[in-house]
Structure formats: C-alpha cells, structure tokens
Write a protein that binds this ligand. Structure first.
Ligand code: BTN
Length: 333
C-alpha cells in the first residue's frame, strides 16, 4: 500500500488509545517533520478523521471514518504486528477476479485484495454476491500453495472455522458453519466463501479464497431475494440504526487470522484444532437435511464430514453416503 506514512501516523494514535500524542513523538516515530505531520493530519481530516489539537499537549484522535479506510486498516495491522500485503480498492468488480489478475501479473503471494464495494461480486455456482453495501467486507486471499487439488475443499471449511473463531474473539458473536461455504447466525447467512483454484493434474498452482462478510449491512436494504435469508454481525449483536462495528479492526484481525490459518493448513498443524472445534461450530449437527444433486433432492440425517471435506448423510436405508458438492437445506422439524 502507498499510504505507509499515514498508517504509521495513525498507529501512533492507536497505540495511546484516547490520550494525546505530541507532534515530536509522531515525528520521531515516522521520520516526518512536524510541518509535514500537520499537513498529513489536515489531509486525514478530509477523509473522515478528526484530531483535537492542544498547545503543549499535541494531538488526540477523536473521530475515525465509519467505512473501510486503507491507512487505518494498515495502522491496525501495524499495531497487531501482522504484516499483510494488501491491495485496496474503493470499488472493484470482484476481489476474487482482481486477485486472479494480480496473480497473472506475477504478484508475490500471499496477498489480500480488499474492496469497499464490488460491482460484480460472485458467489458459488455462478450466483451473484450482493456487494453494494460499503458497511460489509469483501476480501480475497491469494496463494501459490503446495497442495493437491483433493485437499482444497477442507481448506474452505478450515478457513470458515478460522473466521468463526476470529469473529467470536473480536465481536463475541458465535457464527455457525453450514457446509460447504456459509457462515450463519441463527439460521441466516452472514458470510459466504468462494475458493477458486488453478491447478495441473497434480498440484494447485494458484488459489484464491474469497469471503464476503456482512458486518454493518442493513439487510432491509439487501435485494428482496436475499433479504429474508441474510443477516449481519451488527444485526446479530442486536444493533439498531446507529453505530455498528469498527469495520477496519474486523478487516485487520480477520485478514491476519486468515493468513495465519493458511500457514497452519499448509504446514499440516491445523488438524487437531479442526477436529476439536468443527463440531462446536457445525450448523448441521443433529439435523435432517436434503442435498440437491443433478438427479434430484436426496434426504438424510447429517452425519458429519469426511477427511476430504465431503458431507456425509445417513440415508433412510442406513447407508452413509458422501457428497462433494450440492446445496444442503435443513428440514423444518
Ligand atoms: C457464496 O456464498 O456463494 C460465496 C460468496 C463469496 C463472496 C465473496 S465477496 C469477496 C469475494 N469476491 C467475490 O466476487 N466473491 C467473494
């Protein structure tokens, strides 16, 4: 990102919480002159920040923008000591598509593409992902991993679990994972994941993991076809019209966790955590479900997932059958 100094300036404020920071301290931290700092703060004021300035005390950060801001996001990452290579776009067609373009240009991995809005957000099975709301997160992590294509489906489940764990820690909200790519809160979809890969017959060459997370989105404003089945973190927290979550903190924490989760997946150290935690976050445990297949709907009792990430159903005949794709619907009890 180009705004490193702005991020460093903002990090100096984040470090002291609500306290004042002297111009000299910021100058020492960033290597900028005091005049340059004043200019930077004026520029940041135009972008939705506000700073109180008091003679002999310095500056105090009073207001931050209520939307995704690349320098603030980078400042949180600096404070978390989590270096992530970020490509930020105020608007793009799709962060997955953009990540694929950057991979094709040879960009070094891992990197994250994050956007304020998407004009052509993509979901699973060619569906559209509603992406007009700047209060939500749209991000993609790109990798060139040493994985066999067979291990890819469990990768998405693992990343979903890592997201649940991160959201629990940051927002104290317990989402549930609905195989294969949905994160739910009380039966409504709060996030969707889309993993796309380019591979040869043996290995993955490039992998893009995309996630759309409804953070502060107001679902009444979502398109009619998704309104009834969608929710957001803000709604899960009982939020009304005002306030909401600080999207930049959530973005920073989530992307650093996703990068860490990827490393654990690739070095094989994720296994125990997955086996232990998955059942706690699994939305389908104990449910009678149907799965949509080319030959029609198949009904059964959910029986977990197997080592390749396939969903297992116990059919009426008692046979356990594994499915690697298809939409699962929970039957009303
Ligand atoms: C689904 O539920 O069908 C998956 C939705 C995935 C949406 C995310 S938003 C960020 C990334 N860019 C996209 O175009 N899609 C994914």
């Amino acid at each position: 990102m180009s705004e490193v100094s702005d991020a460093e300036i903002l990090a100096a404020f984040l470090r002291v919480d609500d306290a004042f920071v002297s111009g000299t301290a910021i100058a020492e931290d960033t290597g900028l002159s005091r005049v340059a700092i004043k200019g930077r703060l004026d520029r940041l004021r135009e972008q939705g920040f506000d700073f109180e300035a008091v003679r002999n005390k310095g500056y105090r950060l009073e207001t931050i923008p209520g939307y995704l801001h690349p320098s603030l996001l980078a400042a949180y990452l600096l404070e978390m000591n989590a270096p992530v290579n970020i490509h930020y776009f105020e608007e793009t067609d799709s962060t997955n598509t953009q990540a694929n373009r950057l991979l094709a240009e040879g960009e070094e991995t891992p990197f994250v593409v994050i956007a304020g809005r998407q004009t052509a957000g993509r979901g699973r099975r060619g569906r559209e992902w509603y992406s007009a709301d700047a209060g939500n997160l749209y991000l993609s992590l790109a990798l060139r991993p040493q994985l066999t294509p067979a291990r890819m489906q469990r990768f998405t489940l693992w990343m979903g679990l890592a997201t649940c764990l991160a959201i629990k820690e940051i927002c104290n909200i317990e989402l549930r994972l609905k195989w294969p790519n949905d994160l739910h809160w009380q039966g409504k979809k709060v996030a969707g994941m889309l993993t796309e890969a380019r591979s040869d017959s043996e290995h993955l060459i490039e992998l893009v993991f995309g996630i759309g997370l409804n953070v502060n989105g107001v679902t009444d404003e979502f398109p009619p076809e998704v309104r009834a089945v969608a929710s957001s973190l803000r709604e899960a927290a009982g939020g009304g019209a005002a306030g909401g979550f600080e999207i930049n903190i959530i973005a920073a924490a989530l992307m650093s966790r996703l990068v860490e989760a990827t490393e654990a997946y690739l070095d094989g150290s994720y296994g125990d955590i997955f086996e232990q935690q998955w059942p706690q976050y699994d939305a389908l445990v104990g449910k009678a479900v149907t799965i949509e297949q080319a030959e029609g709907e198949i009904a059964g009792q959910y029986a977990g997932i197997d080592a390749s990430g396939r969903v297992l159903l116990r059919l009426d005949s008692g046979e356990i059958k594994a499915f690697s794709a298809g939409d699962v619907t929970i039957k009303k009890q």
